[in-house]
Design a protein around this ligand. Structure first.
Ligand code: NDP
Length: 256
């Protein structure tokens, strides 16, 4: 029931594009307040405008507060001071969506530059852990909260040329599962969303900006859209408080 999201406050990392942007807009449409975080502030501002329009169109009274925060989740100091940049009236966050993440390159193990594997782990794993720790303290204090992490099909299996990305998403899955067990005696919920192929800027980043190589990945397929995944995230958040969707594995119909 979407009414459970009315007036809730959601923080989304990686909200400047793709799944994060679509998620922010869908929560806005459902009457939630949203804090949008990412490194590109111009792109964030555009998504925040789209949130405002979506909320207006909904005609809902609740929600409608949107803030943008420049945040590199891989920067520990920025994560530690995150609440200094969030307006006071949005400090009481109910739902954390740990969405920021990327894959860079398609090299096999012997050819991966240490700077690339370190960067992927810094964002996809260490950034996610640091933010989760920051919110867990608050969720425990207020005895409620929902952590929604973006895993991947790459966290369930592995493929050639994706060793580091797959390793980061396997780490996210294990971390998320441990966290869920650690808070089992609290009302805090922990969910992992595991998408298959979603057409976003993700593939362009993977191919280091080579758009034609990125587009080839989707040839002959009907990939998921960012909105498809946003729907799963918002659905998980809107379940009754005693229901925890532990893992949501979503594939395009022609990916197995
Ligand atoms: P996009 O490339 O479209 O968006 C990624 C977002 O993450 C951007 O908003 C980017 O913003 C942000 N981001 C990247 N690094 C950082 C960082 N260090 N700090 C803060 N924000 C960061 O990709 P998707 O929307 O497709 O991906 C979202 C999530 O979904 C990722 O975790 C990805 O691994 C996962 N996923 C994606 C799949 C796909 O096929 N697309 C499949 C399975 C999982 P900015 O550059 O402004 O910081």
């Amino acid at each position: 029931n979407a009414s459970r999201l009315l007036g809730k406050t959601v923080l989304v990392t990686g909200a400047s594009a793709g799944i994060g942007a679509a998620t922010a807009i869908l929560f806005a449409k459902g009457g939630s307040n949203v804090i949008l975080c990412a490194r590109r502030v111009d792109a964030l501002a555009k998504v925040a405008e789209a949130c405002t329009s979506a909320h207006k169109e909904s005609g809902l009274q609740q929600g409608g507060k949107f803030a943008t925060v420049q945040l590199d989740v891989a920067d520990k100091a920025q994560v530690a001071s995150l609440f200094d940049k969030i307006p006071q009236d949005l400090h009481d966050v109910d739902i954390l969506v740990n969405n920021a993440g990327f894959v860079y390159g398609t090299e096999r193990v012997g050819d991966i530059a240490p700077s690339d594997y370190e960067a992927m782990f810094a964002t996809n794993v260490f950034g996610l852990i640091a933010i989760t720790q920051l919110f867990l303290k608050r969720f425990k204090a207020k005895k409620s909260g929902h952590v929604i992490n973006l895993g991947s099909v790459a966290g369930r299996e592995a493929y050639v040329g994706g060793s580091i990305y797959c390793a980061t998403k396997h780490a996210v899955r294990a971390f998320t599962n441990s966290l869920m067990k650690e808070v089992v005696d609290t009302p805090i919920r922990v969910t992992e969303i595991q998408p298959g192929m979603v057409e976003t800027e993700f593939s362009i980043v993977r191919f280091r900006g080579d758009k034609s190589a990125a587009d080839k990945v989707y040839e002959g397929l009907h990939p998921l859209t960012a909105e498809d995944i946003a729907e799963e995230i918002v659905w998980a958040a809107a379940r009754p408080p005693h229901v925890n969707l532990a893992e949501v594995f979503v594939l395009p119909v022609n990916q197995a």
